[in-house]
Design a protein around this ligand. Structure first.
Ligand code: PLP
Length: 374
């Protein structure tokens, strides 16, 4: 699905130098590279404050703690996303209120948003799934009317740009109260281990986030609030500074791969190619097709696997039907779009080092499969 080795080899000298510097300085925790990277990412994203932390899941948890959500508060969250988003809601004693997603953009369906809001609702977590922004215009409008906080889970969409109706452009993660991201190795901006960051434009929120990520202290050994220990390693920060310089180039190559898949499959009657949200650019963390319902996905997947082509199902079961979350009252049929997508989506290999010959082979094998069965 990704080729991290070739990507590394292409920038090996720069990365090795950056890592060697950290070894030479031996400031493994909170070394100067961490602040440097936060500053560069702030410059890149346009987010006033960037607080690095240990991973994308922590970023979500710390955000919810900083926003002062209390046990029993309700948080609206899409039923079709990665588990991390909802996990921290439950861990903090908050109530996840699931919402269905848009059939084509895979993002939270804003038409259903207002019907989910109760007197207990305090926030919305939207996920910019697969690499394009949710309908932020509507989400921000509704959240303002109902005085709700907005967290943007930007783990899959770093660098995506959203255009508001008035023409203002903003990056994913910088539009709500808080944005969170992950630097897991296979993410678009990935480090060589775990890493994450929290974005905000609000100075007092940034202060709180920083404190919570650091054991609830702003002065060492004086703890003003209950916090956690969540840091980005200096080594990872040094690696990320190098890789951030390539992010735009990487996004461009992902888009080229996506476009080539689009052209190859747009006339294939068994495949729906990923639709673009008209207000957002796409950074293609995943290239995810929808298979028409008469196609046996498992058989297709097995066939590709036999041809040496990996594919993945993100995600096979919606959150409301996960065993661990059934106690919140999830029922089959409740979120038909999410449930259908779980049965029909398939993500194809997409990465920054994909060779033309590799992609031609994938396209050829996929086309052969449908020519045979049709
Ligand atoms: C990867 C991911 C996360 C979690 O990131 P980690 O760094 O693995 O904790 C959260 N949300 C989404 C949508 C993700 O894709």
């Amino acid at each position: 699905m990704v080729d991290l080795n070739t990507q590394y080899l292409n920038i090996k000298t720069e990365l090795n130098t950056a890592v060697q510097n950290v070894f030479d300085e031996t400031a493994f925790i909170n070394g100067p590279q961490v602040d440097k990277f936060a500053f560069e990412l702030s410059d890149y994203t346009g987010s006033k404050f960037i607080i690095p932390c240990a991973n994308g899941t922590d970023a979500l948890q710390i955000s919810m703690m900083a926003l002062g959500f209390k046990p029993g508060d309700e948080i609206i969250v899409p039923a079709f996303t990665y588990i991390a988003t909802v996990e921290v809601i439950s861990l903090l004693g908050l109530i996840p209120v699931f919402i269905d997603v848009n059939e084509f953009t895979f993002n939270l369906n804003t038409d259903e948003l207002e019907s989910k809001i109760t007197s207990k609702t305090v926030g919305i977590v939207t996920v910019h799934l697969y690499g394009q922004c949710s309908n932020m215009e509507e989400i921000l409008k509704i959240s303002k009317t109902h005085d709700l906080k907005v967290i943007e889970d930007t783990a899959q969409a770093i660098g995506a740009i959203y255009t508001f109706l008035d023409g203002t452009k903003k990056q994913a993660g910088t539009m709500g109260d808080i944005g969170t991201t992950s630097f897991f190795p296979s993410k678009n901006l990935g480090c060589y281990g775990d890493g994450g960051a929290i974005f905000t434009n609000d100075a007092s929120l940034a202060h709180k986030i920083k404190m919570i990520a650091n054991h609830g202290q702003s002065v060492k050994y004086f703890h003003d609030t209950i916090g956690v220990n969540s840091r980005l390693d200096t080594l990872q920060a040094a690696i990320l500074s190098v890789k951030l310089r390539y992010l735009d180039k990487y996004t461009k190559s992902r888009n080229e791969v996506a476009e080539k898949y689009d052209n190859a499959f747009k006339n294939n009657s068994s495949i729906i190619i990923p639709k673009r949200n008209i207000n957002s650019t796409h950074v293609f963390h995943q290239y995810t097709i929808i298979l028409k319902q008469d196609i046996d996905r498992q058989e297709f997947k097995n066939y590709l696997s036999k041809c040496g082509i990996p594919t993945m199902v993100y995600y096979p079961l919606p959150l409301h039907l996960q065993k661990a979350y059934l106690s919140y009252g999830g029922k089959e049929g409740q979120f038909p779009v999410s449930e259908k997508l779980c049965k029909t989506v398939l993500s194809l290999p997409i990465h920054t080092e994909m060779k033309n010959t590799e992609q031609d082979y994938i396209i050829e094998k996929i086309s052969e499969y449908f020519n045979k069965t049709n």
